[in-house]
Design a protein around this ligand. Sequence first.
Ligand code: B12
Length: 368
Amino acid sequence: MASKTGKYRIQAVSEMTRIPAATLRAWERRYGIPSPHRTASSYRLYSDHDIEQIREMQSLCADGMSPSDAARRLSESSAANEPVPTLERIDPYARARDAVVSATLQFDPDAVERAVQRALHLGSATTVFDRVLGPALRVIGERWYAGELSTGQEHMASEIIGNALRNTLRLVQPPSDARKAVLACFADETHELPLIGIALRLSGWGFRTIILGARTPPSALRHALQELRPELAGLSVTIAPPPHEARPLVENYASACRDTPWIVGGGGAESIREQLEQHGALVLSNDPPTETASKMKAAVERFIADFSSAKMPKIATRKKSKSAGKSAGKSKRGRKSAGRKRKKAAAETAGELSAAEAKKQLSSAGER
Ligand code: B12
């Protein structure tokens, strides 16, 4: 069997096979054949096996077969001839992820829908999100960035995945009298699918989540928190705001979350971590892998508990000053000290988590 080691650049392959480089890229984008390796700087490197496949495609097309039928024939025969199954092939989650990605590469919405629906049977909602749909979205993002799939393909896939996740969340939400969490995206942030992933996780912890969605300004969050009185607020930021906008935004979110413990996560949270922590947020910038999810749960629960105990003096001061007719100055001091306690609690919780996890979380967040 021909070697699968990547050796040849696209121009060399084009010259060898007399197939234009644009056609090679189009076959790969549409049919996933060939599937060359990539260098760190994203150049394609074709193996002897890839060249064999290209030649077979060429000859089947020369016999009158359409490129899509030829590609299907080749993938079937290469699956049948696969001598030793690789880990990727026997791992059902990796296979499910690949099925979503390859249907997206083929711009086949029905196949994406089927692959997503099949994936939903592989385990709990969070497992499917963490191991199949989240990774599929990340690969789709990489392929889009590398110019291998179009914005239309990316939109199509994220729409289908998003709809499936929303339906799943509806099914796993705890009842309406359960503890609540309000989730929202930072202003100008359109990536709302990470919120659904977090909502699935929170529902497993007994939270009923209310998702405010993309581009939620601080005023809208403030109103939602006042009306809904959740136990927790969660903000997601994938693309960090520019530094000059970050400071006032963080201040406004902190003010909106004055009476609610707030956690912030997403790929963009790390770059504004300091400001967020200074304003009392707990920063969880990357969803931990499943094995550390219980640590994340413990950190969030501890943060909520510390927050409520830091709030106690405020309530006591208020009540006391009301009944004793004391000046508003004292209750302001009480509020300030409660605020300081809350920030300290957030910093401690974050410190404990980041000491153990930061490296791991940052390395798995490296792609963004
Ligand atoms: C789908 C998608 C879109 C869709 C979003 C649809 C939707 N309804 O959400 C659309 C098409 C709108 C879109 C737009 C854009 N996108 Co986009 N997009 C993606 C894609 C492919 C998937 C995003 C996703 O859902 N990821 C899956 C989740 C599981 O991963 P996650 O983000 O890491 O989230 C986890 C953790 O971070 C954590 N977490 C996140 N939030 C929170 C919150 C809390 C409280 C907690 C505890 C944890 C937590 O838990 C999550 C779940 O596990 C990514 C690729 C990628 N690598 O993610 C690009 C990507 C994020 N997009 C990117 C870009 C550049 C854009 C655009 C600027 C493109 C453009 N030129 O218009 C615009 C942005 C517009 C804007 N101002 O926001 C870049 C961002 C690069 C960067 N960091 O600067 C990426 C990485 C693609 C890439 N490889 O370049 N995008």
